[in-house]
Unconditional design. Sequence first.
Length: 460
Amino acid sequence: MRGHGYDALIGLAGCDKSLPGMMMAMCRLNVPSIFIYGGSILPGTFKGKPVTVQDVFEAVGKHSVGQMSDDDLETLEQVACPSAGACGAQFTANTMATVSEAIGLALPYSAGAPAPYEFRDKFCMIAGEQVMELIKANLRPRAIVTRKALENAAAVVAASGGSTNAALHLPAIAHECGITFDLFDVAEVFKRTPYIADLKPSGRYVAKDLFEAGGVPLLMKTLLDHGFLHGECMTVTGRSVAENMKRVVWNDDQDVVRPADRPLLATGGVVGLTGNLAPEGAIVKVAGMSSPKFAGPARCFDGEEACFEAVKNRTYREGEVLVIRYEGPKGGPGMREMLATTAALYGQGMGSKVALITDGRFSGATRGLCVGHVGPEAAVGGPIAHLRDGDIIAIDADAGTLEVRLDQAELDRRRAAWRPRESAFASGYIWKYAQQVGPARNGAVTHPGGAAEKSCYADI
């Protein structure tokens, strides 16, 4: 964009981090922009039931405990992903796709159509025409992505039982606009928003079903009607959210989305936590959780691979809290997701019998009692670095707390004895990233952001 001096941008992104990355670029450049999602994969079918890649990961856990045969696992692998497109349920890609509409950067309905549907081409044609209108009107992303628009995006994540990764990506997008909107701000919106979309991984339906029921606008319509969205926010249509919703009619012939006054849960599917183990916060998905509370002895692992080996070999115990540390933004480096481990636990039938906490992330496909984004991270000496096997950890999603049952004096003694862990990356780009990256609470960003700008691309 900068090299060629373009006047406007249409950005296409297809999976997980590429979606918020594209939205961050739009906000950083601040030229007229429209976001287009590459679309969701179609669900597969296994033994008469719809399946996604989540089922494959969980099947690995079932297979490891003898609950699935070699043949069934292979068959499931062959049928779970039958088309092009991003993972098929309300995992990270589809969560951030719904964000693109809710935040106002994408055309209504464009985030829902599955990748193989040929009429997606029409959204691209309309985007090409509409971006010319945005140039004429000088309507730019930072006029669209306001504090209220970010709250709308967080509300749609909560209402759809979306990925915990949104609590990382929304602060990062806000940062590019010079807006402070951290994990705790996101969690406040989650707390006041009902969970209304019955979507996998916690519910029954996939992205294709949501689109056929009425798409993201149907979800937004009931949230707006019941006071959970800011209707005045501007969008790339040149109209406000409320104006876009005027023609949306509620569909009584579907049960993918509940009316916002008759929710699945009164509060959103994702909850923020804080406490002496997470002074900078943590995040947990409660959608589909059997119990919001858990307490048990810690079992500590420095890195995901060590924990996965313990899960694969069943060398952990029911009732334990598995701790994966040194996987945060600096420690990873890069804050990897723990899907292989969490899915294997769930597949072994232990999703509600053990808990897992990490300074890393989770996949949007993760379910069970899994707490991520624990901050400060272990690599900078956060409390998670000082845990020892047997320490009692208490998680209470209702109260919003994550605590280790140690007094402050003991935590201080352990902190004084702690020494940083040496990274395998001592040079090159990953080393440079680790030196610059900030905490997950603020979006794991690497530069001062929009608030520090004296000039930007659009001013040149």
